[in-house]
Design a protein around this ligand. Structure first.
Ligand code: AMP
Length: 140
């Protein structure tokens, strides 16, 4: 999906309606139209970026700063039982809209929402191989 056809860019530019909660120079926060639970919202960068790692450090900081502020209000005013922060990056991670977005989903007991994965096992020495690959790529 190109930037021109991106539904979330259209929300940023106010070309399509959204229930906006907050915006500043970096992010827009709005209600998800097909929520996992009532109060589910999305935080998006104003700049079109597909995945989280494509954002600038500054953009990522502003997103997490907004998340901290929004979750406090959600916890105090929607559900004090908890919430999930979820971000799907890439088709195999479940990303449907190709404009990076952080889901904030209020949770209540027995709400039926389920984030389940099967645990895999590392072969001998494999955990160190993975940690090295990731560590060696830092600060490049
Ligand atoms: P994901 O699967 O992580 O890409 O999630 C995309 C989310 O965007 C879904 O939860 C949709 O319900 C939500 N969504 C799609 N279009 C809109 C829209 N126009 N306004 C608000 N939320 C939307």
């Amino acid at each position: 999906m190109s930037e021109e056809n991106c539904v979330f860019c259209k929300i940023v530019k106010k070309e399509i309606p959204a229930e906006i909660i907050y915006e500043d120079g970096y992010v827009v926060v709005f209600m998800d139209i097909s929520p996992a639970s009532k109060g589910h919202l999305l935080i998006i960068p104003k700049k079109h970026r597909v995945m989280f790692h494509e954002m600038s450090n500054e953009g990522a900081e502003k997103m997490m700063k907004a998340a901290r502020m929004i979750t406090e209000s959600m916890f105090n005013n929607v559900s004090d039982e908890g919430y999930n922060l979820v971000m799907n990056n890439g088709i195999h991670a479940g990303q449907e809209i190709n404009h990076c977005h952080l889901h904030i989903i209020p949770r209540v007991k027995s709400d039926g929402i389920n984030f389940h994965w099967n645990h895999v096992k590392y072969e001998e020495g494999e955990i160190t191989k993975f940690s090295k690959k990731i560590r060696n790529g830092l600060f490049n």
